[in-house]
Write a protein that binds this ligand. Structure first.
Ligand SMILES: [Ca+2]
Ligand SMILES: [Ca+2]
Length: 96
């Protein structure tokens, strides 16, 4: 699995930025319950639920619309970075 060293957003501490994204990645991969390396909307919903989203179903739907580039309705591993970025930018960094 390749790491993406994407540009750190303005004002973000590079170290905590990377740590947060690592954590987000871990949770998303964790929520791939059938381990097929593809996240369904249901699996993304579980992830947002763990991030403490108020409306995880809605958030998952929005996220899929945003990051599902080939529009197959699933988040594949090459789309995961965009999903992590999406979650991070919306402040979902506190993982329990
Ligand atoms: Ca899956
Ligand atoms: Ca897709």
């Amino acid at each position: 699995m390749g790491y993406s060293y994407s540009v750190v957003p303005k004002g973000a501490d590079p170290l905590s930025y990377r740590a947060s994204k690592q954590q987000l990645r871990k949770v998303f991969l964790d929520c791939d319950v059938d381990d097929d390396k593809v996240l369904t909307k249901e699996e993304v919903k579980v992830a947002f639920d763990r991030f403490g989203a108020l409306f995880p179903g809605f958030r998952a739907w929005k996220a899929l619309r945003r990051v599902d580039k080939n529009r197959d309705g699933f988040i594949s591993m090459d789309e995961l970075d965009s999903l992590i970025e999406y979650a991070y930018q919306r402040g979902y960094i506190n993982v329990n």
